[in-house]
Design a protein around this ligand. Sequence first.
Ligand SMILES: NC(=O)c1ccc[n+]([C@@H]2O[C@H](COP(=O)([O-])OP(=O)(O)OC[C@H]3O[C@@H](n4cnc5c(N)ncnc54)[C@H](OP(=O)(O)O)[C@@H]3O)[C@@H](O)[C@H]2O)c1
Length: 273
Amino acid sequence: MTISKTITLANGVEMPRIGYGVFRMKEHEVAFNGVIEALNAGYRAIDTAAIYQNEEAVGEAIKASGVERSELFITTKVWNADQGFDNTLRAFETSLKKLNLEYIDLYLTHWPKPTLAETYKAIERLYEEKLIRVPGVSNHHQHHLEEVFAVANVKPMVNQVECHPSLAQHDLRAFCAQHNIAVTAWAPLGTGIVFTHPIVKGLAEKYSKTPAQIVLRWHLEVGNIAIPKSVTPQRVKENLEVFDFALAVDEVAAISALNTFHRTGADPDNFDF
Ligand SMILES: NC(=O)c1ccc[n+]([C@@H]2O[C@H](COP(=O)([O-])OP(=O)(O)OC[C@H]3O[C@@H](n4cnc5c(N)ncnc54)[C@H](OP(=O)(O)O)[C@@H]3O)[C@@H](O)[C@H]2O)c1
């Protein structure tokens, strides 16, 4: 299947299918250099969050790169402690300032706290005020999305969740598809658990690609957006080189069947942060 480099979201905005994640890159130099590396390699989407403590470094790298703002797709997220309507508006202003930007492309509720509805209403306000181009959420199970739907004038257009072959999220992805919500996969490589699986290894050999590239291509084939993180220049580059080959339908199915419901991170129904 031919897959374009961007996906059209519910409101017509184009979002790159592969973005650069910057979690666990707290050191200024690491985040700055990583974003520069990614932008030079051709990435146009950066995924950060207030809690990653690197919004300033990301903003500085964006400016230093010289890439036109209109070419970029920047995502950030409101942290759990800042949820609620007014707090979210304040947190957004802080993120905007730190990133040194005039608008954010995609703003997300980072995790579903009991205040997720008010938080989303604030995100919707930011969308109405054209301070963000796309309203979204993260780590929302179906029932969290339904809580949001109950108050939303405009449904979230992206749900960013943990997703990889070991946690393929078949049901949640189907539900999101029904509601025209694009799914972004965080931890798209699933800590490499399936890299040594014979199916993934075999496909890597068949297509002369790395196991990571096979997994990223699987994300594209099932319709996901993926935001791999790497501080290794060669990996940053290779993670974007997944548009020049395709997996066959049965190969996609074989990878999808590796699902074991294995989470590498917290369950959105059971977390203590
Ligand atoms: N919404 C949320 O709650 C949430 C939670 C977690 C993450 N995220 C977002 O999702 C992004 C990605 O998630 P993640 O960082 O947890 O997981 P990931 O991108 O699946 O994996 C990152 C790890 O894989 C390694 N790696 C990267 N490319 C590789 C390759 N081609 N071959 C082998 N190893 C490779 C990296 O090592 P090196 O860096 O050493 O190269 C790093 O250890 C984050 O940066 C963040 O933006 C969101």
